[in-house]
Design a protein around this ligand. Structure first.
Ligand code: T4K
Length: 358
């Protein structure tokens, strides 16, 4: 069976060496040495000032909202994984959707402006599938309206735009290091900021607000990453260049063979892309269902990322209607991509897709 992705597993002997260290020290979590080593290596690799590792990408978002003391309404995209919306609702914030651009699949800055009210405290855009949002426009809108910006950069590991890492935009950016991601730590995530005060606050928030054996400086939760996860991250980071090359060649292969028949996401020309997903846009939902069914009959399981459009969720009130997101969401399909997927397998996937649509 070929699934939409396959977690990258580093060399077992290397992981074992780290696990031996954990056993020798008996230190399993709570800011251990492997976590500190990974934080330093990632911050350097990505070129960011503060990178704070956390338990997952959802908690990264929730802690970011708390650190920036968001209130009331937050403008966000309806075209994303459920976590972008659910984390806002979970924190008692009201998600207000701004529709997306049909080519980039990212939040449309013109729509953001229309949704600003006197209750808006922030904007939470997503770099969808790793394609950078229009960050300069968004920062301008935020500045003019005194709003915070938290980029949900769950898919945007090692993406650059306008000559800088995309994570350096906004007040905070968050990453997900879930097992399905380009770079992963089994479960995990990170909070990135260039602001020293915010970084200090985040460090307290992820550890119950505790700053010393007898001091609790603020409210906090438990959002810590453990040493086993950090060990996996250290091993995967060693192999990241190979992982990127593999994903890039798979993406280019699909594009060369399919672009005459399906639509590919329009990637920002100023960006270095990470090729972490292969979304294809079909003509309509009926065609998508046909393609999906044919692939499944052949033991190939693509995924409808992202369906349904988040403006259809029952728990989001008041009811909102985002026509562009609903349309894209109804006809987008992510094809399999991961290190180890062979050219023969790619050819098989491509021929099944083509047979279903031509
Ligand atoms: N913001 C955005 C924009 C996000 O996309 C996400 C997560 C978040 C925030 C929240 O971050 P986290 O709290 O998750 O760190 C997967 C991931 O679980 C999720 O992290 C990710 N986005 C989302 C796009 O994809 P599912 O429900 O599709 O996962 P699942 O279990 O169906 O796995 C997909 C495929 O991956 C499987 O068919 C096979 C492969 N797989 C999966 C697992 C769990 C493996 O090879 N190994 C594994 O261990 O959500």
């Amino acid at each position: 069976m070929i699934l939409v992705t396959k977690s990258y597993l580093p060399e077992r002997a290397k992981l074992d060496q780290y696990i031996d260290k954990i056993y020798a020290s008996g230190w399993l979590t709570n800011r251990g040495c492997l976590l500190r080593e990974l934080e330093q290596r990632l911050a350097k690799f990505l070129g960011v000032r503060h990178l704070i590792l956390v338990a997952n990408g959802s908690l990264a978002l929730q802690v970011a909202y708390k650190a920036l003391e968001l209130t009331g309404e937050v403008i966000t995209t309806p075209f994303s994984f459920a976590a972008t919306t659910s984390t806002l609702a979970w924190e008692g914030l009201t998600p207000v959707f701004a529709d997306i651009d049909p080519q980039s699949f990212n939040i449309d800055p013109k729509q953001i402006v229309k949704k600003i009210s006197n209750k808006t405290s922030a904007i939470v855009p997503v770099h969808v599938f790793g394609n950078p949002c229009q960050v300069l426009e968004i920062e301008k809108i935020a500045k003019e309206n005194n709003l915070k910006v938290i980029y949900d950069a769950a898919h945007a590991f090692d993406v650059h735009c306008n000559g800088d890492n995309i994570l350096n935009y906004g007040d905070i950016s968050t990453l997900s290091f879930h097992a399905t991601k380009l770079f992963h730590t089994i479960e995990g995530g990170a909070i990135i900021t260039s602001d020293d005060v915010i970084a200090h606050k985040v460090r307290n928030l992820i550890n119950f607000g505790i700053t010393g054996p007898t001091t609790i400086e603020s409210l906090g939760t438990n959002a810590k990453m453990n040493e086993f996860e950090a060990a996996m991250g250290l091993c995967v980071l060693d192999d990241i260049e190979k992982i990127k090359v593999d994903r890039r060649s798979i993406w280019l292969y699909y594009k060369a063979k399919l672009e005459k028949y399906v639509i590919f996401q329009e990637i920002d020309e100023q960006a270095t892309y990470n090729y972490s997903y292969v979304p294809i846009l079909l003509e309509n939902e009926a065609q998508l269902i046909k393609v999906e069914q044919r692939l499944k009959e052949n033991q190939i399981i693509p995924r409808r990322y992202f369906y349904p459009s988040l403006d259809t969720l029952d728990y989001v009130t008041p009811v909102q209607f985002m026509p562009v997101s609903r349309d894209i969401s109804s006809r987008i399909l992510c094809l399999p991509t991961y290190s180890g997927l062979t050219v023969a397998e790619l050819d098989r996937i491509i021929s099944i897709v083509l047979a279903a649509i031509i």
